[in-house]
Design a binder for this molecule. Structure first.
Ligand code: BES
Ligand code: MN
Ligand code: ZN
Length: 485
């Protein structure tokens, strides 16, 4: 999809040339801002009850009189804020994609463009255009919509241009993350994630190292190895580096949970909805997507992505409840529940991160069902002992319309992880399950500034719209740009 800026014709929106003109009505009085021909068409529709001027409503008109565009879609936003514009644009693109329009022009009425709203429109268009086909070639042909233009007057050209550039990069990162996570686990294996990383490396000039089991053994990643030993699918530890700033500048390190399928292991999961555990590499996918976006923007930052990737399977060689393993940090772990595997692969990656002397480390993981209970599907869980870092991530999430919410990490929660047989247990019982998981990770992060994002509720959608969301790529891109600035 091609995104462009279109200078508003001095003669007004009625003269925009496009297959479809999308007019976002920002607030109830937006109609008064329209040129005559469009105002007449809108008036008529409202009078006849075809369109209610209420957020979320939209209306398609075919060849309205005295309008150059052959189709017009009116879509109503609550206000001119980026979030409202995004949902209104999403509703409109839902209509446009089935019309066969190749070129849609988007204009705001009753509000002015801001960088964030331009970025939001790009995100909405890219979201609507994405179609999963890899294992479903019979899926309907990709929508015809190939170009989206944002119609801006002189005063807002710069803001819109910036919003398009950022939105386009984020959209390509989100697409990478969605595609990787949507592919079924018999296709999206640890080796596949490694080949995706290598492909990104070739396309964008990233440095990629892939470690196999031997190399991981040499490093002493006993916790990661313990999870992988139950699977026939070979593990991979993927290291991707983007160098956009002088080497002396400490990098941001992103660590993504790459469980390509989580059966639970010997502590096996119930059958219902277990298919969704192919999305358990959503953290890894978001790391690849963020690297793609940052590299495409040629941002002046250093960024490292670390991905421990393996399946979590039961089997004759699988770890058993009660087994004690030794992590790369030297700390021992009693594995009381083999389904708490994410923290076991992450802890070794967090120790490995030390060698980069990072400015900050953020891990991203579909870590706990408890986080879904706590926060639902709207906000990701944010955990950090570092108030400033937590503030930056929270802010990045708001700016990107990819929000998170901070959760506590009091020392008192540590009690739950005590073990009689090792330095710690890998689970702490059901109460505060997402917090005790984060407390476990915290034990491996003493040497740098650290935050953890639990994306169990936000990485994919359930039900009829089942599929990966690409979150939290938008949050991470905003964070990396801002932190590296
Ligand atoms: N990948 C799951 C977390 C998960 C479950 C994400 C459901 C989204 C939906 C993780 O590996 C897991 O199984 N966690 C356990 C932890 C428990 C054993 C302490 C969980 O949440 O039940
Ligand atoms: Mn699990
Ligand atoms: Zn898992």
């Amino acid at each position: 999809m091609d995104f462009r800026l279109l200078h508003a014709p001095p003669s007004g929106l009625s003269n925009v040339v496009a297959d479809a003109l999308v007019v976002v009505l920002c607030g109830e009085h937006a109609a008064t801002a329209l040129p005559k021909a469009l105002a007449a068409a809108l008036d008529d529709a409202v009078k006849h009850g075809d369109l209610q001027l209420k957020a979320g409503k939209s209306l398609y008109l075919h060849r309205p009189a005295d309008v150059k565009a052959s189709r017009v879609v009116f879509t109503v936003a609550k206000d001119a804020g980026a979030a409202a514009v995004r949902s209104a644009a999403a509703a409109a693109f839902g209509q446009v994609r089935v019309l066969g329009a190749k070129h849609a022009a988007v204009a705001l009425a009753g509000g002015a463009w801001r960088e964030a709203s331009a970025e939001a429109v790009v995100a909405a268009a890219a979201d609507a255009a994405y179609l999963y086909r890899y294992t479903k070639p019979s899926a309907p042909a990709a929508p015809a919509l190939a170009r989206v233009s944002l119609v801006a007057d002189k005063a807002h050209v710069a803001a819109v241009q910036h919003g398009i550039t950022l939105g386009r990069a984020i959209a390509s990162g989100v697409a990478v993350a969605r595609e990787c996570a949507n592919r079924p686990a018999n296709h999206a294996t640890p080796s596949f994630l490694a080949s995706q990383a290598r492909q990104l490396g070739r396309d964008l000039g990233l440095k990629v190292d892939v470690l196999d089991r031997r190399a991981v053994e040499k490093l002493g990643m006993g916790a990661f190895l313990a999870v992988a030993q139950g699977s026939h699918e070979p593990l991979r530890f993927i290291v991707v580096r983007y160098e956009g700033a002088p080497k002396s500048k400490p990098p941001v390190v992103l660590v993504g949970k790459g469980i390509t399928f989580d059966t639970g292991g010997i502590s096996i999961k119930p059958a219902a909805e277990m298919d969704e555990m192919k999305f358990d590499m959503g953290g890894a996918a978001s790391v690849l997507g963020t690297l793609r976006a940052i590299a495409q923007l040629q941002a002046k930052v250093n960024l490292v992505g670390l991905i421990p990737a393996t399946e979590n399977m039961p089997g004759g060689r699988a770890i058993k409840p009660g087994d004690v393993v030794k992590s790369m940090s030297g700390q021992t772990i009693e594995v009381l529940n083999t389904d708490a595997e994410g923290r076991l692969i992450l802890c070794d990656a967090l120790t490995y991160a030390e060698r980069f002397r990072p400015a900050a480390v953020v891990d991203i993981a579909t870590l706990t069902g408890a986080c879904v209970i706590a926060l639902g599907h709207h906000r990701s869980g944010l955990f950090s002992p570092d108030d400033a870092l937590a503030g930056e991530l929270q802010k990045a999430g708001e700016a990107a319309l990819d929000p998170c919410w901070r959760m506590p990490l009091d020392d008192e929660y540590d009690e739950a992880l005590k073990s009689n047989f090792a330095d710690m247990a890998n689970v702490g019982g059901r109460p505060g399950g997402s917090i005790t998981a984060a407390m476990f990770l915290k034990k491996f992060t003493g040497k740098y500034r650290w935050a953890h994002l639990d994306i169990a509720g936000t990485a994919w959608k359930r039900g009829a719209a089942k599929g990966a969301t690409g979150r939290p790529v938008p949050l991470l891109v905003h964070f990396v740009l801002q932190h590296g600035a």
